[in-house]
Design a protein around this ligand. Structure first.
Ligand code: FAD
Length: 409
């Protein structure tokens, strides 16, 4: 039996602590906040998308970097095991569109309460208001941790599960990156990921709050297509967000220094250009004597109409029967490729996750133990792993946390 300290009471830390305790170890979970799971609380818009009910094999395709590193973690604690864990510990779950798994209650607080119940059942000592300042190492072996209040806690094994550095109000302030560096680990460059974009166009403010469903978004750099997907997006006062753009940010992360990028929205992806032209022609014929601005009401959400009319270059007062074929065809092109210029990513405070972290080359993928310091383990977002939305990031946290806790001797 070992004396184990887990640093960080998030998804990875709680799963690691539960698993280590189940193996019979004496476990202390240190959390600097006044409560556990502050980030879990805000996940999935307060509903917590716990995991994804896809085939376990498919989990890998949704991990953006270092997916191979997760082989043991995903197969030791799969998405199905996570679902089973919550159900067998009294949390009914449900699966929604895109195989996203949520608590049936739609309350992330129920996920946290379940974890707290199991921590208690397994005899884990939870210490809140306990900020770790430093790891203590002697002769390449972990000896314990120093707290901010000056006290020293001895341990034979330490699991660092301090998360990334996004949404810092939840406690994820990047401390684990510092701990890792201080003991000789490499931390790869950190970027905000699953993050909205700012756009150059000032009129974007007029569209603030508008959400578009069933559109296609394409992102290009000098004609090279970097991202092309169908789904839902949102306009904000500074730019664009929503599921399509958050996923896009992970795909075009490498272009952070090569902004701007060209984005276009196909507002009518179900119609080919020719079909759309016919549809508009029909609308125009039905509204022959009306002004252009009144003839396109059925085509777009109200907020969009003044903007799209301005971009079309056609006078809003022009009678529909005076619009030329060329003007109409240009208008069709605009609807099929509504243009925007992505100027930069928003910062860590709006990023769902951090890309980059403790280099996985220096961590044993079968145990999560450091290859540099004996008895030191890493789990969760602190590692250089990141995935798309859909429950995959929490799955990384559960799986790596479980594996770390399970591997302790
Ligand atoms: P964290 O949850 O960040 O936990 C780290 C913990 O360590 C924190 O409690 C922190 O206070 C503590 N800590 C840090 N430093 C110290 C220290 N020095 N001493 C003591 N304690 C310390 N993923 C999904 O899969 N599904 C979703 O629905 C989803 N929605 C999201 C919504 C938002 C708005 C955000 C921001 C993220 C979302 N994610 C989602 C991502 C997911 O929440 C994270 O990837 C995941 O929580 C990471 O877990 P973790 O345990 O590694 O880190």
């Amino acid at each position: 039996m070992s004396k184990v300290i887990v640093i960080g009471g998030g998804a990875a830390g709680m799963f690691a602590a539960i698993q280590a305790a189940e193996q019979g170890h004496s476990v202390v979970l240190l959390e600097k906040n006044e409560k556990l799971g502050k980030k879990i609380y805000i996940t999935g818009k307060g509903r917590c998308n716990i995991t994804n009910a896809c085939d376990t094999e498919e989990l890998f395709q949704n991990v953006m970097r270092n997916s191979k590193f997760l082989y043991s973690a995903f197969y030791t604690c799969s998405n199905y095991q996570v679902m089973d864990f919550f159900e067998s510990n009294g949390l009914p779950i449900k699966t929604e569109r895109g195989e996203r798994v949520f608590p049936q209650s739609d309350h992330s607080s129920d996920v946290i309460a379940t974890l707290q119940r199991v921590l208690k059942k397994q005899g884990v000592t939870v210490q809140l208001h306990s900020e770790v300042k430093k790891l203590k190492i002697e002769d390449g072996q972990i000896k314990g941790v120093l707290l901010k209040n000056g006290s020293f806690l001895e341990a034979e094994r330490v699991i660092v599960a301090t998360g990334g550095c996004s949404y810092i109000t939840t406690g994820s302030t990047g401390d684990g990156y510092r701990f890792a560096r201080e003991v000789g680990h490499t931390v790869t460059e950190l970027y905000p990921a699953l993050v909205p974009f700012e756009t150059e166009e000032s009129w974007i403010k007029e569209l603030q709050g508008l959400s578009l469903k069933n559109v296609s978004v394409k992102i290009e750099k000098n004609g090279k297509v970097l991202y092309d997907a169908f789904g839902e997006m949102l306009f904000t006062h500074y730019g664009v967000s929503g599921p399509l753009l958050l996923s896009a940010s992970s795909m075009v992360n490498d272009y952070a220094d090569k902004m701007p990028l060209q984005m276009s929205i196909d507002l009518k992806p179900a119609l080919e250009e020719e079909q759309l032209d016919k549809r508009i022609l029909r609308d125009f014929e039905e509204n022959q004597n009306r002004q252009f601005k009144n003839a396109v009401q059925k085509l777009f959400p109200a907020k969009m109409i003044p903007v799209i009319i301005r971009l079309s270059g056609i006078s809003p007062e022009k009678k529909v029967n005076e619009i030329t074929k060329e003007e109409r065809q240009q208008f069709v092109k605009l609807i099929k490729a509504f243009p925007l210029t992505l100027s930069r990513f928003r910062d860590f405070n709006e990023a769902i996750i951090t890309r980059g972290g403790v280099s996985v080359k220096e961590v044993n993928p079968s145990t999560m133990e450091s290859k540099i310091v004996k008895g030191l383990y890493f789990a969760g977002e602190v590692l250089d792993l990141d995935a798309l939305t859909g429950g995959f990031n929490l799955q990384i946290a559960w799986s790596t946390g479980y594996l770390a806790g399970n591997s302790i001797e």
